[in-house]
Design a protein. Structure first.
Length: 203
């Protein structure tokens, strides 16, 4: 998993509450278990009409937001079904951080497991950042300091909370498998001891 320490990038404004996982990645794109190629389905029904024609004014179609690595959105982001394809699709597009007033729990947890930092900020802070995003001003997210700040603005940074364990995992690029691999010596020692205690099980 990619580590996350600091990020200064274009932020795409998506001022919509209750963005659900079917909006993020519609059901027809869930046939694969691969994590690549899913950006083609990201926000598909917002990017294309029923005839497959591109909706040109959708934010991610237009520069500089077509290269956005941060998404600024509304409350209850990621609600709906628990599909992990949703963070996969966002990450495949290049989104590494989502800033919103609140997130659905399962989506919030899935972000951390896939190297995406979900940042919760009060709505008044979010509204200010949304304005900056709409004007193409880059936003800096510093995980170590737990701050968010618009680039070049002489204003206090917004501080966000994050659990220390999740911060450790993101900073070091550790998903569940990575965490397990850190315990290989302990696992090997346990297996050796078990073979000594119950040799008939290893026969």
């Amino acid at each position: 998993m990619l580590s996350f320490k600091t990020l200064t990038a274009i932020a795409a404004p998506l001022p919509i509450d209750n963005v659900d996982t079917d909006m993020i990645i519609p059901k027809q794109f869930l046939k694969t278990i691969k994590r690549t190629g899913l950006k083609e389905g990201l926000f598909y029904e917002m990017r294309f009409d029923v005839n497959g024609k591109r909706i040109d004014d959708f934010v991610l179609h237009n520069a500089p937001y077509d290269k956005a690595q941060i998404l600024v959105s509304g409350s209850n982001f990621g609600c709906g079904s628990s599909r992990e394809h949703a963070p996969w699709a966002l990450l495949d597009f290049g989104i590494r951080c989502i800033i919103a007033p609140s997130f659905a729990d399962i989506f919030f947890n899935n972000c951390f497991k896939n190297g995406i930092l979900p940042v919760v900020l009060p709505k008044e802070n979010l509204d200010t950042l949304m304005g900056y995003a709409k004007n193409g001003i880059k936003i800096n997210v510093d995980l170590e300091k737990q701050t968010v700040q618009a680039e070049g603005k002489n204003e206090p940074a917004y501080r966000f909370d994050i659990e220390s364990f999740r911060k450790h995992c993101l900073t070091n690029g550790l998903d569940d498998i990575g965490l397990t691999l850190q315990k290989l010596d302990n696992i090997a020692a346990y297996e050796t001891k078990q073979r000594e205690l119950t040799p008939w099980l290893a026969a």
